[in-house]
Each structure stands twice: as structure tokens, then as C-alpha cells.
Write a protein that binds this ligand. Sequence first.
Ligand code: KQY
Length: 373
Amino acid sequence: MTRTLARTPAADGFHMPAEFAPHAGCWMLWPERPDNWRDAARPAQLAFAAVAAAIARFEPVSVGVSGTQFTAARALLDPSVRVIEMAHDDSWMRDIGPTFVVNRRGLVRGVDWRFNAWGGLSGGLYFPWDQDDLVARKVLEIERCGRYRAPMINEGGAIHVDGQGTALVTEETLLNANRNPALTRARIEQYLRDYLGVSQVIWLGKGVFNDETDGHIDNLACFTRPGEVCLTWTDRRRDPQHAISMDAWERLHDARDARGRRLKVTRMAMPGPLRSTAREVAGLTPREGTKPRVSGERLAGSYVNFYIANGGIVMPLLDARTDLVAARTLKRLFPGRRVVGVPAREILLGGGDIHCITQQVPRGTRTGSPSAR
Ligand code: KQY
């Protein structure tokens, strides 16, 4: 059994490394619930398999799969991908998986946040979510990493770090009354310091328009290297996203990171606007306890929702009119990495994108075996 650690990562000298630091691998989950993934989840499964294959070009990939889906997943996933039976409620490994932390000696541990399906019984997306809440613990067992059980509700998609002491978050998610109503902003910020090992938290306002996670940062903005941020953008002034991105841009312009640097911000033009079609929504099987989807609804598509792999960037392809420009921007931002695009509309229809379905494991030494320190 992996150890549950009594103190906090910061107190033990651990911090969350940036996604652009070297990885040992990547974890994903297998989509199957027909109330979120149309046509019995088959189109989404093909999209997830394509993401896994793209990431597997750069680093080892593990996919958690329910018992009933094991054979189908094994058949669709690239042979290099490790498939592991693991119960879950849905397939957002970024949010329900552990947030890995490292120390100066390269030891790796994990933070297991509390999870309430993006809002619990007041605006959450489905009930129950008990199997999702166990996923981080299971991954840490398999990875043989010590586990910190955090005292607040949080999701991996709600945090980005530069690995040098700075976290980037949105108020819309972290201060939302449906997450931690009893915690003040100061208390939440202290928990971020304690569990991510950061000393500076940069608060943006709202996330991408109509994002059902209540504005996750990983759809709005991310660090591309220390001191540099990529921000979802639109020049369409009448688009509600314009004011949101402008506000974020101003806050980033005024911010200083943990090392006192001003941030260089690159604007990443968003796709669309994209909307779900009647046919797509008709392919869902509604279920009690799950927030229903409506046809014609604006989708929270964003090219910022990409995954940084060792030597590669795996980006969502969402709109033939804008994909190429986004790929060029990413090539410029990550000159040492190969940019690989994967068709991702089916993932977006489920409410997130490539970053949301992945979770990197930093390179380092596992410490979780009971005898190990
Ligand atoms: O943004 C993410 N990190 C996850 C999206 C979850 C959508 C749930 N339907």
C-alpha cells in the first residue's frame, strides 16, 4: 500500500513541476458513459485512442478502463499503450487523477484532491462520482507514489504552474460556491501554496465562455515556459469571449510571477464559435442525475487545451479554418517539440479536450513502497 502522508507537499519540500518538465509517462481513462458520449461512446473512443497513440510517440501511456470495456479498449488502443482495469464514472484524468509533485532529489509523490463532479449537487455534471474520487488514489498505488489527500475540492484542470513557484487559476472555478463554499479566497490560496508548493498565485477572472467546468484555467491559458503564457483569444468584439480574454490579458499584464518577472503573453485565436448539432445531441442517452445537453449550445472549444509531451505537443484539431494558424503558433512557442494535431471535436462534445483527458507523471523516483523513504 502507498503511504498517505500526514503533512503537506510544501512542508515536505515538494512542488508541482511544470508540464514542460520531463515526463515518465501519461495517464488517461477510457470514455464509455452514453449520457456524455454519443453513439455508445464509439466516436469518442476513437478520438481518445488517437490521442493516446499520438502521445505514445513521445512517452509511455497508461489507460484506465472499466472491466466491461477492457477488450474493446485493448483492440482500439495502440499496442504500446498499457491498459489497466480501473473503475471510474467518466474519463477526465486531468481532473480526477493525481497532481504529481517532486522534490529537489527527484522523488515523486501525488496530491489527491477531493472531487465533486464540477459542482456537486448544485450545478455539478453528474451523480454519483464516488468512483472518480478514487482514481487518483489508484493511480498513485500503481505508480508507487506517496499520497497527500488534500482538504479541498479541486480539479487538475483548474491549476497550471510554471514549476518555478507560480500558479495560474481562475476565480470562476476556485471561488465558485459549488466547490468549497466554506473556504475564503485566502484559505484557498494557502492550500494552493501548501499542496502545489508555489509562492505566487495569479488569479484570472472567468474561463472560456460556456465552459461547463465553471471556467477551468486549462481551457483559457497556460504557461508555455517560465515567464510566458498562452491565452485563448478572439478579436470578435461581440463574442462574450472577447471581454473575458481581455480581462485575463489585463490581469496577466499587471501580474508578476514568483520570481518577480512580468509575463509575456501570446494570444491564441480560438476556433469557431463552435456549436453542437441536433444530430450529435440525439446520439446521447440521457440519464437521471446527469446534466442534459441541448443542441445548438456553444461549445467551449480552445486550442490552449493541448498536452505537452516529451519532445511533442498534442493539440486538438477543431476547425479547419483555424487549425493551421493554431499549429503554427504552437510551433513558434515550442520550437524544440513536434506539434501533432488530433481531431478532437468528439472530445469537445463531452465538455473538455486533450489536456482534460490526460495527466502527466513527472520523471523521478517513486517513494511509495511502505519500506521506502
Ligand atoms: O476541463 C477539464 N479539465 C475537464 C472537462 C470536464 C468536462 C466534463 N463533462
